[in-house]
Design a protein around this ligand. Structure first.
Ligand SMILES: Cc1cc2nc3c(=O)[nH]c(=O)nc-3n(C[C@H](O)[C@H](O)[C@H](O)COP(=O)(O)OP(=O)(O)OC[C@H]3O[C@@H](n4cnc5c(N)ncnc54)[C@H](O)[C@@H]3O)c2cc1C
Length: 425
């Protein structure tokens, strides 16, 4: 039922029916729209509640299985999408990046990978533990017993107490967990693929939600195809839509869709209470600086929290299981320093963070690779205080780590609980 169309850069009036392009990791069901499809409805989206939204159960407006679009393929979105697919929904997962994982990110370089987003995760919720147990190959413990608190000159102020809970990483990189969980959605031939099929669209940035002119009571998504400049895409026929985005990007999308009144306004008011800090992250590789007989450069610890005003965290990438052993460090700037220098030139940020890194670690060698990444929305400071937002009248829900906190597990729980709310109707 879900249709993918491509549109010209400037107007949706020239939309023609098109088959799924290479962005669609698995093909949606055949389109029922033709080249004579009328232009998408313009103006604000104010979806009328469909019959299904008034009645419980996983059935859509057509009486068929519920068709749900999940926007955002980070931990929250994929946790939500896989739960819905396992419950029998037709799920379409849409992600603006080329891959899965969101802030559970891994940057591949010729010197090895950098986990430049989430560093590790902990497990407190039994449902998260059960989900992790389905993919034991990609979940490995990482000893964080070497984590120390360091002052500005690299002195140990206090050893961290032995960790009360185990720390885990995904292998071979942090993005592997979400990618593995998304695989059955992307690959119809996967042995865990939902029977009724699903679709994944990568490199597809959703710009607006609108009423679906062809399927009354349904949503359609307008999106930019990130692989082709100016190309646009419309995905339609959705009974429900899930926004699994950082809260600021969810606000932008609601506003761009004209969802500023009624239930939309209520969602926006809730989102306004959330605050999230940015983070500049520095990635360093020293392939040429190794001394014969020494396993690595500098200090003996593998990861540290720091009280240096510029840096809050440092980790030796090679200390994580199943990683390349070339000396590589990931350095995270403190939330306050990141906010203060958010719009600075990346070269300037690199220089300042490199200086702080040398002060804390004593490593003064010239890195072969020194690159920064700016996370505009990194760490939740004020969470929503509930696991998700669900507006039954709109058939629209929101999830993400920001609902509950700033951890990978918060994102998982949020996505899972929103899926359960969607299924309840
Ligand atoms: C530097 C850093 C360090 C961290 N360290 C830790 C840690 O050590 N331990 C821990 O537990 N947590 C850590 N976290 C937090 C953890 O990464 C997050 O809690 C979790 O990954 C959030 O998942 P999410 O699905 O809610 O959001 P995200 O991972 O941000 O996923 C949102 C997705 O939506 C996509 N998207 C956005 N807009 C659109 C659009 N318009 N159309 C389509 N797709 C869109 C994005 O590309 C992204 O893939 C860290 C985060 C950062 C940035």
């Amino acid at each position: 039922m879900t249709t993918r169309r491509t549109a010209s850069a400037t107007t949706t009036a020239t939309i023609t029916a098109a088959k799924a392009t290479s962005n669609a990791v698995s093909k949606p069901k055949p389109s029922t729209r033709t080249a004579a499809t009328p232009p998408a409805a313009s103006g604000t989206a104010s979806r009328k509640p469909s019959k299904a939204s008034a009645s419980p159960g996983a059935r859509g407006a057509s009486g068929q299985e519920l068709r749900v679009a999940v926007i955002g393929a980070g931990m929250a979105g994929v946790a939500c999408a896989r739960t819905l697919a396992q419950a029998g929904c037709h799920v379409t997962l849409v992600e603006k990046s080329r891959g899965f994982g969101g802030r559970m990110a891994t940057r591949h370089t010729e010197f090895g990978g950098f986990d430049h987003g989430a560093q590790y995760f902990t497990v407190r919720d039994e449902r998260f533990a059960q989900a992790l147990a389905t993919t034991p190959d990609v979940v490995v413990p990482w000893s964080a017993s070497t984590v120390r608190v360091l002052d500005a000159l690299g002195h140990v102020l206090a050893s961290n107490p032995p960790p009360r809970e185990a720390h885990y990483v995904a292998a071979p990189g942090m993005n592997a967990l979400v990618r593995t969980w998304a695989q059955p959605l992307a690959d119809a031939s996967h042995h865990l693929a939902p029977k009724q099929g699903s679709a994944v669209h990568l490199s597809t940035r959703v710009t607006r939600l609108a009423n679906d002119p062809i399927h009354p009571g349904c949503w359609e998504l307008h999106a930019d195809d990130e692989t082709t400049e100016g190309a646009q895409t419309v995905l339609d026929g959705f009974d429900r839509v899930v926004l699994a985005l950082p809260h600021a990007q969810a606000i932008e999308l609601l506003k761009a869709s004209g969802l500023t009144k009624g239930a939309g306004q209520t969602l926006l008011k809730s989102l306004d209470t959330v605050t999230v800090a940015p983070c500049w992250t520095l990635m360093l590789a020293f392939p040429n600086a190794m001394q014969p007989g020494l396993p690595h450069l500098g200090p003996q610890w593998n990861a540290a929290r720091s009280t240096h005003h510029r840096i809050s965290w440092l980790a030796r990438e090679g200390s994580k299981p199943r990683r390349d052993h070339i000396e590589r460090w990931t350095v995270q700037a403190s939330p306050a320093w990141s906010a203060e220098h958010l719009e600075d030139d990346p070269y300037r940020v690199t220089a300042k963070l490199r200086k702080a890194f040398a002060e804390v670690t004593g490593i003064r060698a010239e890195p072969t690779h020194a690159v920064v990444h700016r996370w505009r929305y990194a760490q939740t400071q004020t969470p929503l205080g509930q696991s998700h937002l669900w507006a039954p009248a709109l058939g629209l829900g929101l999830c993400g780590d920001w609902c509950l906190g700033h951890r990978v597990e918060d994102a998982f729980v949020s996505g899972l609980e929103l899926a359960l709310a969607v299924l309840k109707g």
